[in-house]
Design a protein around this ligand. Structure first.
Ligand code: NBX
Length: 835
């Protein structure tokens, strides 16, 4: 065996290149060096994790020089940097992605194979950081990839949670949450920079005074301070030398923080305070789409935003620029309202610490921020009880009052005499208990506000923020979401990638996704279709293997793979899919419908731990699965699986294997969806409502290649207003009645009729998400899916067209739109090396 020492002084690798060269010999030496000098192991005694870490360090070294070149280039050119502020970045596993973007996958695979190491296994087994809940966090990660690939100077700012989204297991059909200790075996990708630490104040009170030159000043006397330090992860663009930064902050105790307590002899009290400070970034809140007014959550938000803005000021100073240059140096994007406190924090920094006059500070603040909204659900809108807000951020509340006073004066002039509108616009909700409305703060403090799909942006203007729209129509914009084809096609679906490259003649489509349109001319080519089908079948077999390993259920790779993966939520209507499955089962049992197309229904997704209904929906899916899968009469015609712990890694296996993508939210509720795009790119057909980006996908791929069903957003609202009586629908539709009766009669719960009652009673009495109104249309549409699937050739043709016409849904396009319309930034491409 080779010892690293044996390589020393041998020819081939110059000392300089040890950290950067990518020839097999250099990679081998770098890997063995890291194994010995970083991990302290030789190959004979190295564990899987030692090998993984040594490989990751080898790859990271190759990012670092480009990284430092990128930052010095950015400094030299002084171009505007995008600061993407997000409480979540769901980046997924890094190894495969970095190898792809550095273009060293094959070289490293070969090198390691000669040492008896399987690179693909290292990639497969990598632990992913689950630092996000779902679409919003994953969008931030796709955007980081597209920013780097587009060579736009950018820093992602967020939180280095010690525990990410919980790890989901399913026990007796119920979701069980386990902590996600993702850092247990180390994180080789991030570099800790304690030297860039910042102090963050929390709580306490303010003092107003006049300084020695007669200026009116405010001093914030905090109750406590915490210390924030950044962990930097390099984000490489695809085959470019730009490497941007994802900078996530961790909270620690400040050193000097409590000597007084300590000196009083209360050692445990002092240590306890330290523990409390470190709690700040301990855990990601697992609630998507529902706001919980928890103090720690507000502290998390303020903490990372305060760290980010201080960091930007440090960079500004480092570039020798005055604070008034802030908006020319940075474009700050607010990923939802979670970082909206940044508006008040930048004002505080400018007026209290840099003594900039209010008007000038306000102009700079507005020029800096832009706000992306991700939800219309009222229960998801962030509002903080005033007293809680005041106890955590007393100075910010004063600043918000002043922003509000000036803003409402402006509104009174604009809407003369309309006090009710002024009341609605206020940053403070005073209709009952008083709250700070974060969306209003984000709107007032930003120069641009956008929704994430066309319908969503329209509804923001018409329904969510109509008074703001009336005041500033020019601020409102729309940027349809996108996803990165690097991770979601090249990495996830290598078979499809190889086929595309061959059919298109080059790899340009990887950085220019609209070129995938070139596949369209192969849609009628029998040889191409056959290869396409082979790729899909291979992917289905891989997913079948994963399903078997994780659930023990054996599924038939020749059945139609019908997939619904996303967070579990009533508005996403997983239970509508269940009603359809039960209907199918009922038909099988009562009509001996043996000509049914064999289908495998695959579910995945996490429920917020406190969301009882959503957890019951998981129980319902697994209960139906248990009955259906063990009924010998059903055979291969119907299988239902719930794949636990849906994650980025699981997604990479699922999307490429899917044939039918379920996007069945009630129209008007899903802001955009991004899973829908991943499916389409991988050639799944969509069965979906006219909601979010489904509408745009349908437009692009053509209605004849899309299974649309259900009410439009308008129709749903009109029905609701005119009086919606779900029980009438139940009464009048025999199949629907049969499905609901089976569930509520206890058929899937061993006779326990009470188990699913909270769900079925709700459907019959209220049905907020109008499943019953869309049921018949959905089932009829599913019958059309069956008919279409029977013609395999025609189905594949439609699948190819879905992929070929998904050109709009790359996050590269989204980022180009933000850059041009909101950020006024452009690419800063590297011209050769040399720094
Ligand atoms: O953001 C999602 C929307 O539901 C999707 O329609 C959209 O495609 C996606 C990206 O724009 N929202 C989302 O994922 N929200 C959260 O995860 C969330 C997390 C924490 C929180 C509220 C919402 N407090």
């Amino acid at each position: 065996t080779l010892e690293p020492g044996h390589l020393r002084g041998q020819g081939g690798v110059a000392e300089d290149d040890v950290r950067t060269a990518c020839e097999p010999e250099a990679l081998k030496r770098a890997f063995l060096d890291h194994l010995l000098y970083t991990q302290g192991k030789t190959l004979e005694i190295a564990s899987h994790n030692d090998i993984y870490l040594a490989v990751a360090y080898t790859v990271r070294d190759r990012l670092l020089r480009r990284w430092s070149h990128t930052s010095s280039r950015h400094k030299r050119h002084g171009t505007r940097t995008v600061a993407y502020l997000s409480a979540e970045f769901l980046i997924g596993p890094s190894l495969g992605n970095n190898l792809l973007n550095l273009d060293i996958t094959d070289a490293l695979r070969e090198t390691l194979a000669r040492l008896g190491i399987d690179l693909d296994e290292l990639v497969r087994r990598e632990v992913e950081p689950g630092l996000g809940n779902g679409g919003l966090g994953r969008l931030a990660a796709c955007f980081m990839d597209s920013l780097a690939t587009g060579e736009i100077p950018a820093i992602g700012y967020g939180i280095y949670y010690e525990y990410g989204i919980f790890f989901q297991t399913v026990v007796d059909g119920w979701q069980v949450e386990n902590t996600d200790k993702w850092l247990r075996f180390g994180n080789p990708w991030a570099i800790h920079h304690p030297e860039w630490g910042v102090e963050v104040k929390l709580g306490g009170y303010t003092e107003h005074y006049t300084d020695d030159v007669g200026r009116f000043r405010v001093r914030w006397v905090p109750e406590k301070t915490v210390w924030g330090t950044p962990f930097d992860t390099p984000v490489a663009g695809y085959k470019v030398s730009t490497v941007n930064t994802l900078r996530l902050w961790r909270a620690e105790a400040t050193e000097e923080f409590d000597f007084s307590v300590f000196n009083r002899g209360d050692y445990l009290g002092a240590v306890n305070k330290k523990v409390t400070s470190e709690n700040l970034t301990k855990v990601l809140y697992p609630n998507d789409e529902s706001h919980q007014g928890k103090e720690l959550r507000l502290e998390q938000q303020y903490f990372f935003v305060a760290c980010a803005l201080r960091d930007m000021l440090r960079i500004l100073e480092h570039r020798g620029l005055p604070v008034t240059e802030f908006p020319r140096a940075f474009a700050v994007q607010l990923n939802d309202t979670h970082p909206a406190i940044g508006v008040a924090e930048l004002m505080r920094l400018l007026i209290d610490e840099y003594l900039v006059p209010w008007e000038q500070a306000w102009e700079a603040t507005r020029a800096t921020f832009a706000y992306t909204n991700h939800t219309l659900l009222p229960e998801a809108l962030e509002r903080w009880p005033l007293e809680l807000f005041k106890s955590v951020l007393p100075r910010h509340l004063e600043i918000i009052y002043e922003i509000n006073r000036r803003f409402l004066n402006e509104a009174r002039i604009r809407f003369f005499g309309d006090e009710s509108r002024v009341f609605r616009l206020s940053l403070i909700d005073e209709s009952g208990e008083r709250y700070v409305r974060m969306a209003h703060l984000a709107c007032v403090g930003s120069h641009a506000i956008n929704g994430v799909a066309e319908l969503h942006s329209t509804l923001i203007k018409e329904q969510l923020l109509p008074d703001f729209y009336a005041m500033w129509p020019e601020k409102f914009d729309s940027v349809t979401n996108g996803v990165t084809p690097r991770r979601w096609v090249v990495l996830s679906n290598p078979g499809l990638a190889a086929l595309a490259t061959e059919a298109l003649g080059d790899e340009h489509w990887i950085r220019d996704w609209p070129r995938i349109a070139g596949l369209e001319k192969h849609a009628d080519d029998a040889a191409f279709i056959e290869r396409w089908q082979r790729v899909k079948h291979t992917n289905k077999r891989s997913l079948a293997a994963l399903i078997r390993d994780e659930t023990g259920v054996v599924v038939n790779p020749d059945s139609l793979f019908d997939v619904l993966v996303k967070r579990i939520h009533e508005y996403k209507r997983q239970h509508l899919a269940v009603l359809h499955i039960v209907t199918r089962y009922h038909r099988l049992k009562t009509q001996r419908a043996t000509d049914m197309v064999p289908r495998t229904f695959i579910f995945g997704g996490k429920a917020a731990p406190g969301y009882v209904r959503a957890k019951l929906m998981i129980k319902l899916i697994t209960a139906v699965a248990d009955v259906v899968n063990s009924d010998p009469e059903v055979r291969d015609l119907l299988k239902v699986v719930f794949l636990p712990n849906f994650s980025v890694s699981k997604g990479q296996c699922i999307y490429p294997a899917a044939e039918l993508s379920e996007q069945i939210s009630l129209a008007g509720k899903e802001a955009s969806g991004t899973g829908n795009m991943k499916f389409a790119m991988n050639g799944a057909l969509t069965i979906g409502t006219m909601d979010g980006a489904n509408i745009e996908i349908c437009q692009e791929v053509g209605a004849e290649n899309f299974f649309a069903f259900g009410m439009s957003a308008d129709e749903a609202q009109r029905l609701l207003r005119s009086g919606y009586y779900p029980r009438d629908l139940y009464r009048d539709d025999a199949e629907l009645r049969a499905a609901i009766d089976l569930i509520r009669g206890g058929f899937f719960s061993r006779g326990d009729a009470g188990l699913f009652e909270p769900l079925t009673n709700d459907l019959l009495n209220e049905d907020r998400y109008m499943l019953l109104a869309d049921y018949a249309s959905y089932v009829e549409c599913q019958d059309r899916v069956d008919a279409a699937y029977r013609d395999a050739r025609q189905w594949s043709r439609m699948a190819v067209l879905n992929c070929a016409r998904s050109g709009r849904f790359s996050s590269d396009r989204s980022i180009a739109e933000y850059a041009r319309r909101m950020w006024h930034t452009s690419a800063l491409p590297d011209t050769g090396h040399g720094g």
